[in-house]
Design a protein around this ligand. Structure first.
Ligand code: ADP
Ligand code: ADP
Ligand code: ZN
Length: 216
């Protein structure tokens, strides 16, 4: 099964993609994670991307389409994947349609997580991540069971993203509404859209995703 998780920054895409991926054996493909890895590696693409990301703007369509196109060819994607944070523009969605066609793959559904802008600011400013395994946490909504120790891997090192500040969140939200929200209609028109209430608790959202995917 090949899916897209769509929603504003902080909606819970990464959290739910990891959980659904574990439940169903699907690979999570996060363009944000891939771009941050490129930035950390100090590649030309990564350095340029970091400047754009720190402003809360979008990296160019060509760059992300190229990354995703290659990543989907990896053997671990054969049994299905969840695109988390891609596509983010109509041009990316059109490019994805073309490349799935070429690779004889199908898109089964697009799950959109709806969360009010006001709530997203606290989601993002409270977000932190295990530096070792990438498990996501939140200052109030999801703390490790043992303080300072990752539930998943036992690591004691955590990181916060450079772009997870209140200021940058505002521009990321503007970018979302201007450039990414049109994808809701794009996928609705193609009969792929499944909406869930992203304001609910993490476990409730996970259950709702299972429900909307029953007939996908
Ligand atoms: P969030 O999960 O908060 O939405 P991401 O990790 O998905 O954030 O993305 C972080 C940043 O990486 C974005 O603000 C953008 O600059 C860049 N980025 C990620 N995915 C894409 C994409 N598909 N197209 C363009 N830029 C992207
Ligand atoms: P996205 O990938 O869409 O940017 P994340 O999955 O990283 O969003 O979630 C953003 C933050 O909000 C994280 O700190 C995460 O632990 C927390 N979070 C995710 N889903 C929920 C939820 N349903 N309720 C409360 N907090 C949540
Ligand atoms: Zn961990």
């Amino acid at each position: 099964m090949n899916l897209i998780f769509l929603g504003p920054p902080g909606a819970g895409k990464g959290t739910q993609a990891k959980m659904l991926g574990d439940r169903r054996g699907l690979v999570q493909l996060s363009t944000g994670d891939m771009l941050r890895a490129a930035a950390a590696a100090g590649t030309e693409v990564g350095r340029k991307a970091k400047e754009v990301m720190d402003r809360g703007e979008l990296v160019s369509d060509d760059v992300v389409v190229d990354i995703i196109s290659h990543r989907i060819d990896e053997p671990d994607c054969a049994d299905g994947f969840i695109l988390d944070g891609f596509p983010r523009t109509v041009a990316q969605a059109e490019a994805l349609d073309r490349l799935l066609d070429e690779k004889a793959k199908t898109l089964d559904a697009v799950v959109v997580m709806n969360v009010d802008d006001g709530r997203l600011v606290e989601r993002i400013t409270g977000r932190f991540t295990c530096a070792n395994c990438g498990e996501g946490y939140h200052d109030t909504a999801k703390r490790p069971a043992v303080e300072g120790v990752c539930d998943r891997c036992g690591s004691t090192e955590f990181t916060r993203r450079a772009d997870d500040t209140e200021e940058t969140v505002r521009s990321r939200l503007e970018t979302y509404h201007a450039q990414t929200a049109p994808l809701v209609d794009y996928y609705k028109a193609r009969g792929k859209l499944r909406a869930v209430d992203g304001m609910a608790g993490i476990e409730t959202v996970a259950e709702e995703i299972d429900e909307v995917l029953e007939n996908a």
